[in-house]
Write a protein that binds this ligand. Structure first.
Ligand code: PMP
Ligand code: GLU
Length: 397
């Protein structure tokens, strides 16, 4: 009998984290790697948020265990944010603050899934959804959008995937890895096909503030869905706070209580100082957040113009987040020297080793024909990286 549980043996390592680690290792050996693998803002956490954290330390009031679901004033503020900014009716009791949106998602799946329950995952999907569902003994059912439809699965596809075992549906909008944003009509159509079925929707809105359509739509704001939607959000992306590790949800009361119960056993309340910083983030002016989003928008144009120049890449125009997700399968079957490119993972390893650019295979997101490029990097790094990618690809035949 192996030491490691079958549950863990069956689980994949997070491909985003694994690729970022490979890039770090090469960098530590002195290789000039440009890392476009990790979805991580390259900005600093805004000053006023840093200041709030320093004040929290200096006050001496926040050194003890915080309440499991979060400080009451932070939960109040988050509920107000959901209600006023997203039209999601929410009260402090509906809110659970966790160690990153990743823990929020893990709490949710552990709270609602029974063995063999199916969870419809709009695909391409964020890397951890499928594995977290499987760890909770559920079955991810991928419903896949195509590049022609900006990678957005349709309501008709969702309808066809529903079975008596369907427990939940999860999507992200703006989407990681595609950068797509679902419109009101598209989400409404999906909500309509869910009516009459006992299905919980998990709406991952962590890229809310990086949305170039000017309109962020929450399914939790639809009156007919108010008891069925769990909205996940966090401060990592919009406030450049990935390392602070704070995510949060608004959920129907029974689910919020269940998430708090499991969190009480797994980790307890999230880091106290980071919670105080989060309070500052979500209650103050969004100007620094908007400034970062404007910067991403500029880079999107730059990266798009460079990527469409690469022969064999099929590229769409993402409308949010900070990723491109080009279709690259025209390179499968090519080779150079000892490198044989049979899939997206081969291509990413080739580009890491030969072009010294780290990217993530689309396989990790349910799209083996694609690779993901994060453009949360400086313009000069982006230009250099794409030029290196282009040159390395030219060698393949
Ligand atoms: N959801 C999506 C769509 C993400 O891209 C990420 C990556 N950060 C997360 C959840 C997890 O966020 P956090 O860093 O707050 O755990
Ligand atoms: N969400 C980021 C990404 O997709 C961070 C990595 C992770 O948490 O897996 O790259």
């Amino acid at each position: 009998m192996g030491l490691i549980s079958q549950r863990l043996e069956a689980m994949e390592e997070s491909a985003t984290i694994a690729m970022a680690q490979k890039a770090r290792e090469l960098k530590s050996q002195g290789v000039d790697v440009i890392s476009l693998s990790l979805g991580e803002p390259d900005f600093k956490t805004p000053d006023h948020i840093q200041k709030a954290a320093k004040e929290a330390i200096d006050s001496g009031k926040y050194f003890g265990y915080p309440p499991v679901p979060g400080y009451p004033d932070l939960r109040e503020a988050i509920a107000k944010k959901f209600t006023e900014e997203n039209s999601i009716p929410s009260q402090a009791a509906n809110v659970v603050v966790s160690t990153g949106a990743k823990q929020s998602l893990a709490n949710i799946f552990m709270s609602i899934i029974n063995p063999r329950d199916e969870v419809i995952v709009l695909s391409p999907y964020w890397v951890s959804y499928a594995d977290l569902i499987q760890v909770a003994e559920g079955k991810p059912v991928l419903v896949k959008g195509t590049i022609e439809n900006d990678f957005k699965a349709t309501a008709a596809q969702v309808a066809a995937a529903i079975t008596p075992k369907t427990k939940a549906l999860i999507y992200s909008s703006p989407c990681n890895p595609t950068g797509s944003v679902f419109t009101h009509e598209e989400l409404k159509a999906i909500a309509d096909v869910l009516q009459g079925n006992d299905i919980v929707v998990i709406a991952d809105e962590i890229y809310e503030h990086i949305n170039f359509t000017g309109k962020h739509v929450s399914m939790g704001s639809f009156p007919e869905m108010k008891d069925r939607v769990i909205t996940v959000n966090g401060v990592a992306k919009g406030f450049a706070m990935t390392g602070w590790r704070i995510g949060y949800i608004s959920a129907p009361l029974t689910i919020a209580k269940a998430c708090s119960k499991i969190q009480g056993q797994f980790t307890s309340g999230a880091n106290s100082i980071a919670q105080r910083a989060t309070l500052a983030a979500i209650t103050s002016d969004l100007a620094p957040t908007r400034k970062m989003a404007t910067e991403y928008l500029k880079r999107r144009a730059l990266v798009h113009d460079l990527l469409v120049e690469i022969p064999g890449f099929k590229v769409n125009m993402p409308t949010g987040a900070f990723y491109f997700f080009p279709e690259v399968s025209s390179y499968y079957g090519t080779s150079v020297g000892d490198y044989k490119i049979n899939n997206a993972s081969d291509l990413c390893m080739y580009l890491l080793n030969e072009a010294h650019v780290s990217l993530v295979t689309g396989e990790a997101f349910g799209s083996p024909e694609c690779i993901r490029l994060s453009y949360a990097a400086s313009e000069s790094d982006l230009k250099e990286a794409i030029s290196r990618i282009k040159s390395a690809l030219e060698k393949l035949s």
